[in-house]
Design a protein around this ligand. Structure first.
Ligand SMILES: *Cc1c(COP(=O)(O)O)cnc(C)c1O
Length: 429
């Protein structure tokens, strides 16, 4: 095998490489190598667009999370928020690393079970859980059901069979207005998620008096893509004010670093902020849970595209074979990404990187430097592990993206691309 060039011999590319999964290098020709596999080799074998996950980076992040919290608060558990990357293979890897799984609804319960997760280590969320979903959760023996509203209590009391008791957390609106995109804020007083403290107190009493339910503790979640750990830690006080319980689930929300300019808090800073508040405000024997989604998976993956057309006018439009079908983060939340040609990393002229979908909003990056982009080039967008696969869709007849794991020089397909037949597979008659 050819020797891979360490990052620091490519100073112009160093900033970009820093956004790719840890361990990413360039081969002697300058081509990106992720998980020991050249991205052009991955693209050749599995096609584009495709989401590439560096399995070692994913596993290491899970270990780092556990170490950061258990090192400070031994009775801590980390539950991966499956919705950030609800693919059986990802859930399996993270469950193997000792994480619990947070599931939002029936579909994520089904994939978590397929991943071999222990149902006792699942936490069910949702502001609109259906009877069917609660039946599935109770039937599978899910460890914790997060009660979001009084209707959840009504349903649970009907569904939990005699002789069984379901452990519950009550979701509390912390009243924290976080600095993030409006669609990603969940902890403000008008949130549709959870109950304001006074109402939560009534739900707690109902659960405490229910023969079928057990009041295990409280849950809260401030929002997503938060880059200020103090905003995340601000949710502890309103929860603590509701009293002493066994479990405090403080949600997820830690932001990921998507661009050169951004800095995301370290896991140590995050854990220190949350546990710092817990030490002051929560019972010493309590069990803490955190539920990272984005910050667990975002940086472990990148997306590969092929440049299909280039149009030079007032703006140079470089178009690729994906877009809104595999990355809705841009149009939904305005998230900024970076990109590079896979074998010409760093530098170049600013272009508009656009997708193939029939919307002007289908723009991956409004302005990004690419070095001599040409039709047929392989293009890589880093930090696509969170919320891209999960919102992939078939808009404009797109075949949903495959997921490829790379590790130690080997690539393996864990989710295949849709086939044309898949696009027709639900037609009836
Ligand atoms: C979405 C969500 C998470 C994960 O949020 P991230 O920002 O991806 O870390 C955790 N808990 C709940 C209840 C959520 O809805």
């Amino acid at each position: 095998m050819e020797r891979a060039t360490p990052i620091d011999e490519w100073p112009a590319a160093a900033a970009l490489l820093g956004l790719f999964p840890p361990g990413t290098v360039q081969d002697p020709n300058g081509t990106l190598v992720v998980g020991g596999v050249r991205l052009d080799v991955v693209a050749e074998r599995f096609g584009t667009p495709a989401i590439i996950v560096a399995e070692d980076a994913l596993r290491q992040r899970a270990r780092d999370y556990l170490a950061a919290f258990r090192g400070r608060w031994p009775r801590s558990d980390v539950a991966f928020a499956s919705k950030a990357f609800p693919c059986t293979a990802v859930q399996r890897v993270l469950a193997e690393e000792g994480l619990h799984l947070d599931v939002a609804g029936g579909g994520e319960i089904v994939s978590a079970m397929a991943a071999g997760a222990d149902p006792a280590r699942l936490v069910l969320h949702g502001n609109a859980k259906t009877t069917e979903e609660i039946e599935l959760a109770v039937g599978q023996g899910i460890g914790l059901v997060v009660v979001d509203n009084h209707d959840d209590i009504d349903r649970l009391e009907l569904i939990v069979p005699p002789g069984r008791v379901q452990d519950c957390l009550v979701r509390v609106i912390p009243g924290v207005a976080a600095t993030t995109h409006a669609s990603q804020a969940t902890g403000h007083t008008g949130s549709k998620f959870g109950l304001l403290p006074a109402e939560a107190a009534r739900a707690i009493i109902r659960i405490e008096h229910s023969p079928r339910l057990r009041m295990a503790g409280l849950h809260t979640h401030v929002g997503s893509q938060l880059l200020d750990v103090d905003e995340l830690a601000a949710a502890v006080a309103p929860v603590a004010a509701l009293g002493h319980f066994e479990v405090y689930d403080l949600g997820g929300g830690l932001g990921a670093r998507y661009t050169y300019a951004e800095q995301a808090p370290t896991l140590d800073a995050y854990a220190e902020a949350l546990v710092g508040q817990a030490r002051v405000l929560l019972p010493a024997e309590a069990r803490l849970i955190v539920e990272p989604g984005r910050s667990m998976v975002a940086a472990a993956a990148c997306t590969l595209y092929r440049v299909t057309t280039i149009k030079r006018g007032v703006v140079t439009h470089v178009a690729v074979d994906g877009g809104m079908g595999d990355n809705l983060e841009v149009s939904l939340t305005g998230q900024r990404f970076e990109a590079t040609i896979a074998d010409r990393v760093g530098g170049g002229q600013p272009v508009a990187l656009v997708g193939r979908h029939c919307e002007s909003g289908d723009q991956l990056i409004d302005s990004v430097p690419l070095r001599d982009a040409a039709v047929g080039d392989l293009l890589a967008v880093p930090v696509t592990g969170a919320y891209c696969y999960t919102m992939s869709n078939q808009y404009n007849g797109a075949r949903r993206v495959p997921v490829v794991f790379v590790r130690g020089g080997e690539a393996r397909l864990v989710v295949r691309r849709d086939t044309w037949d898949d696009l027709l597979s639900r037609d009836v008659g």
